[in-house]
Design a protein around this ligand. Structure first.
Ligand code: GCO
Ligand code: MG
Length: 402
C-alpha cells in the first residue's frame, strides 16, 4: 500500500482551509486537515515543499513510523506549523487505514466508550438580554452545554461576540483589525452575566466561558472565584499558558474548572499542566497537535491525572478535523466535551461528511475511515483570500493578548 500522490488543497469557501489528500497505489484516498488560521500558506508550503516529496513511495500502513520520520526527521521539532503539517499526514493515514480495514476509525482506536459526543455551542450577544435569547436558542436546538460570551459595556467589540450568530469568524481582514480591551470593565461585568444566565436556565445546563488568554493569574483567580456561585463547567484560557507555573496561583484561589490547550502543538506544551493537575480539561486538537496519533498520547497522559478532553472545534478547523476529533472523542475513556461551531453551507458542500448532530450530541460517521472527503472541483472555485486574526490593545494603546 504505497502512497502514489499527495495533493495540498487550499480553498476558501467563506474562510480558508488547507487539506492534504493522499492516494495509494491500490486506489485508497485519505484526507487530513492542515488549517492554521491566519498562517495557512506557511503550512501549505511546509507540506508541498518539504513533506510531500518524502511521502511518495512510502508505505501508507506505517502510521507511527511516518509520524516519527516527520517529527524526528525534521530536526526542528515542535511548533504549530510543523505539528499541523504532521497532523495532516497522520490524519490522512488513519483515514486510509480505516478504509483498508473496512472500519470507522473509532473501531481501530478501541471502539466506542459512549453513545454520542456531547458538544457545546456558542451563545453570544452584546447585551445580557441578547445572551439569554441566544442561550435559549441553543437549548431549543437540544444543546446540553453552551459557551456564553457577552459584550462588555464601554468596549466597541468583544472577543466571541459576532453579528452572525451561527458562523463566528474572527479572521476578518488581510491586515489584522485592532480591538480595544479593558480588564477592569470585563471583570466588573462578566459575573453578573453568568448570574442571570444561571438564574434563567437552572442548575443542569453546562455553562462555559472563554477568557481568551487576557488575564494575569491573579485576575483569573478573581474571575474564577466570582464565577463559583454559577458553577461553570470550565473557564477557558484564563491566562496565556506559556508560563505553566502560573496556573498554580489561579488554583490557589478558585475551584472553577480550567480548560487550556487550543493553541498547543503537542504533549510537551501541556505536560506540566497535566501532571501537576493544574487544568481540568485539555483542549488540544487533532489538527494542531500532531494528528490522531499524538493527540491520543496526550489524552492517555491526561487520563492518568483525571484531566478530561475538551477539544477545540472552532470553524477554522475544517470538517476533516471535526470528523477525526469525533472518532477520538467517542473512543477515549476520558472524554469531557467537544466544541462545535457549525460550518457554513458552502464549507459543508466542499467537505462532504457523515457526522451528524442530534439532541446535543455529535455522532461520528459509520463508514470506513473518517467519513469525510474534499470535493476538489468545488474547492477550486473558492481561491485563497488573505485573512488575519485581530490584535488587541489596552485603552492606552499597549498591545495585549487577543
Ligand atoms: C475557541 C477559540 C477560537 C479561536 C480561533 C482562532 O475557543 O473556539 O478561542 O474562537 O479564537 O480558533 O483561530
Ligand atoms: Mg478558545
Amino acid at each position: 500500500m504505497k502512497i502514489v500522490d499527495a495533493r495540498v488543497i487550499v480553498t476558501c469557501p467563506g474562510r480558508n482551509f488547507v487539506t492534504l489528500k493522499l492516494v495509494t497505489d491500490d486506489g485508497l484516498t485519505g484526507v487530513g486537515d492542515a488549517t492554521l488560521n491566519g498562517r495557512e500558506l506557511a503550512v501549505a508550503s511546509y507540506l508541498r515543499d518539504h513533506v510531500v516529496p518524502t511521502l511518495i513511495g512510502r508505505d501508507a500502513s506505517r502510521i507511527e513510523d511516518t509520524w516519527n520520520y516527520l517529527y524526528k526527521g525534521a530536526y526542528w521539532r515542535r511548533g504549530p506549523v510543523t505539528m499541523t503539517a504532521i497532523a495532516a499526514v497522520d490524519t490522512a493515514l488513519w483515514d486510509i487505514k480505516g478504509k483498508a480495514a473496512g472500519m470507522p476509525v473509532y473501531q481501530l482506536l478501541g471502539g466506542r466508550s459512549r453513545e454520542g459526543v456531547t458538544v457545546y455551542g456558542h451563545a453570544n450577544a452584546e447585551t445580557v438580554e441578547g445572551v439569554l435569547a441566544e442561550v435559549a436558542r441553543y437549548v431549543d436546538l437540544g444543546y446540553k452545554a453552551v459557551r456564553v460570551q457577552a459584550g462588555v459595556p464601554g468596549l466597541a467589540t468583544t472577543y466571541g461576540v459576532s453579528g452572525d450568530k451561527m458562523f463566528y469568524e474572527p479572521a476578518d481582514a488581510a491586515v489584522p483589525t485592532e480591538a480595544v480591551w479593558s480588564t477592569e470593565r470585563y471583570l466588573a461585568h462578566t459575573p453578573g452575566v453568568f448570574a442571570q444566565v444561571r438564574d434563567e436556565f437552572g442548575p443542569n445546563l453546562k455553562l462555559l466561558h472563554d477568557v481568551h488568554h487576557r488575564l494575569t493569574p491573579i485576575e483569573a483567580g478573581r474571575l474564577g472565584k466570582s464565577l463559583e456561585p454559577h458553577a461553570l463547567t470550565w473557564m477557558e484560557d484564563p491566562t496565556p499558558a506559556e508560563l505553566q507555573d502560573s496556573l498554580r496561583l489561579i488554583r490557589q484561589h478558585t475551584t472553577t474548572p480550567i480548560a487550556i490547550g487550543e493553541i498547543f502543538s503537542g504533549i510537551w506544551d501541556c505536560q506540566q499542566l497535566i501532571t501537576e493537575q493544574l487544568i481540568d480539561y485539555i483542549r488540544a486538537t487533532v489538527v494542531h497537535a500532531g494528528g490522531i496519533t499524538h493527540l491520543r498520547r496526550i489524552f492517555d497522559l491526561a487520563a492518568l491525572y483525571q484531566v478530561r478532553s475538551g477539544s477545540h472545534g472552532a470553524t477554522d478547523l475544517s470538517p476533516v478535523c471535526m470528523s477525526a476529533a469525533l472518532h477520538l472523542d467517542v473512543a477515549i475513556p476520558n472524554f469531557g466535551l467537544q466544541e462545535y461551531m457549525r460550518h457554513t453551507a458552502e464549507t459543508d458542500a466542499v467537505f462532504p461528511h457523515g457526522y451528524h448532530f442530534a439532541d446535543g450530541y455529535l455522532h461520528p460517521a459509520e463508514e470506513p475511515g473518517l467519513g469525510v472527503d474534499i470535493d476538489e472541483d468545488l474547492a477550486a472555485q473558492y481561491p485563497y483570500r488573505p485573512a488575519a486574526l485581530p490584535v488587541n490593545r489596552l485603552e492606552d494603546g499597549t498591545l495585549h493578548s487577543w
